[in-house]
Design a protein around this ligand. Structure first.
Ligand SMILES: Nc1ncnc2c1ncn2[C@@H]1O[C@H](COP(=O)(O)OP(=O)(O)O)[C@@H](O)[C@H]1O
Ligand SMILES: [Mg+2]
Length: 250
């Protein structure tokens, strides 16, 4: 498990965490960012797919907010909506939909035509575009691989919002093109057998699962964040430095 995200009504309705007010959910996304940055430090994953076994397990919301948290730390991030049957990235962000990934794959647009900056956050967004009849084929195409390579050269992180793994085969072809996969699991809803099946599907195709996000956790569940909660070295360190300084001065 590389992160937990608490259920937050503001995020549930506005889809992005409030960057002004300190909240637990914002802290959770920042902790997820931190934990992600500690993975494989010698060969850190750049192109990351956010997947889940079934729909409505918090993938899109996690991809968007992890992207915002990375951008907040100065990283250049592109979010790509690859859930071609149920695209939500642009609508969640209140951006223009319409053209996007499927236009690039069909050759009717180039990347720069359809890439949009999200406010002044440092996050760029490529929406899904019009729904095609053959999402699985498009996502597993050489065009898709070429696009991922192009994005890799342009951004520090590429977060791909993927279709759910079990109902459709759309994301298995894509899974092997990315550096790693974050599996979103919804507290109290995702079933163990579904998660096992999703993980087995990814393993079978040789994809690399980075870890699990335990998502939309009710505050009452009493689950603390995966790492970092309850312990703060930061609070004591500056004080002891000060004390050392004083001691030296006296
Ligand atoms: N941390 C959260 N707190 C409250 N609601 C959330 C949270 N994350 C996601 N949701 C809500 O849960 C629902 C499913 O999330 P979504 O990101 O669309 O999932 P998926 O992309 O897996 O279908 C949406 O209505 C979304 O607003
Ligand atoms: Mg979604």
């Amino acid at each position: 498990m590389i992160g937990t995200v608490i259920r937050d009504d503001g995020v549930g309705s506005r889809h992005v965490f409030d960057r002004q007010t300190p909240t637990r959910v914002a802290e959770d996304y920042r902790q997820l960012r931190t934990n992600l940055q500690f993975l494989n430090v010698d060969d850190p994953p750049k192109v990351i797919m956010v997947a889940s076994a079934m729909p409505a397990e918090g993938k899109t919301t996690a991809a968007i907010n992890l992207g915002l948290a990375l951008a907040e730390a100065g990283r250049q991030v592109t979010i790509l909506d690859a859930d071609l049957r149920r695209p939500r990235v642009t609508s969640y962000l209140g951006m223009v939909g319409g053209v996007g990934l499927t236009n690039i794959l069909a050759g009717t647009a180039v990347m720069t035509d359809v890439m949009q900056p999200y406010a002044d956050t440092g996050v760029s967004v490529i929406g899904a575009g019009p729904t095609p009849p053959n999402p699985s084929e498009l996502l597993a195409s050489k065009h898709m691989l070429a696009l991922i390579d192009e994005l890799r050269g342009k951004s520090e992180y590429v977060l791909i919002d993927a279709p759910p793994l079990l109902p459709v085969a759309d994301s298995t072809g894509l899974a092997v093109m990315v550096d790693g996969i974050l599996l979103s699991v919804r507290y109290g809803k995702s079933r163990k057998d579904q998660l096992e099946q999703a993980a087995a599907t990814l393993e079978r195709v040789g994809a690399r699962t980075l870890g699990v996000i335990l998502n939309i956790v009710p505050p009452k569940a009493g689950i603390t964040a995966a790492y970092g909660y309850g312990y703060s070295y930061a609070e004591t360190a500056p004080e002891s430095k000060q004390r050392r300084g004083r001691r030296r001065a006296s």
